[in-house]
Design a protein around this ligand. Structure first.
Ligand code: 5GP
Ligand code: ZN
Length: 111
C-alpha cells in the first residue's frame, strides 16, 4: 500500500522519531503548528482513529496513553490532542494519527 505514514513506520521515509514501540511511532510533524507538534500513529495501518477504536480499542487507548506519556516526558502541563477525521475536517493523511500540540495558547472554539 502506498501510504506515507506506513513508510515512516518502516523507515523508508525519514522522520524525527520522538518515541517508538511495537505498537506506535511518534514523530515530529514536518509542518509544525505549535512549538511542539508531534504525531502519534499506530504502526499498523488504519484509515483513521475511529477505525482503530472500532477494530482494536486497546490500541486506540495505547495511542492516547503514549501521547500523555510523551507530553509528560517533555514537561508539558498543557497540551492539545487533535484527531482530524475526514477530508472536510482537515485530515490529509489517511493513516490514523493523533496530533499532540503544545507551547502556545489555543483559541477555543477553533476558528
Ligand atoms: P492531518 O492533516 O491528516 O490531520 O495531519 C497530517 C499531518 O502530517 C500534517 O500536520 C502534516 O504536516 C504532516 N505531514 C505530512 N507529510 C509529512 C511528512 O512527510 N513527514 C512528517 N513528519 N509529517 C508530515
Ligand atoms: Zn499507513
Amino acid at each position: 500500500m502506498d501510504c506515507l505514514f506506513c513508510k515512516i513506520v518502516d523507515g523508508t521515509i525519514p522522520a524525527k522519531i520522538v518515541k517508538k514501540s511495537e505498537l506506535f511511532t511518534a514523530f515530529n510533524d514536518i509542518t509544525p503548528q505549535a512549538p511542539t507538534h508531534i504525531l502519534i500513529i499506530p504502526n499498523k495501518h488504519f484509515t483513521n482513529m475511529a477505525e482503530v477504536a472500532n477494530s482494536d480499542p486497546a490500541l486506540a487507548g495505547e495511542i492516547f496513553r503514549a501521547a500523555g506519556e510523551i507530553a509528560s516526558e517533555n514537561g508539558l502541563e498543557s497540551y492539545r490532542m487533535n484527531v482530524n477525521t475526514g477530508a472536510a475536517a482537515g485530515q490529509s493523511v489517511f493513516h490514523a494519527h493523533l496530533h499532540l500540540l503544545a507551547g502556545r495558547s489555543f483559541a477555543w472554539p477553533p476558528g
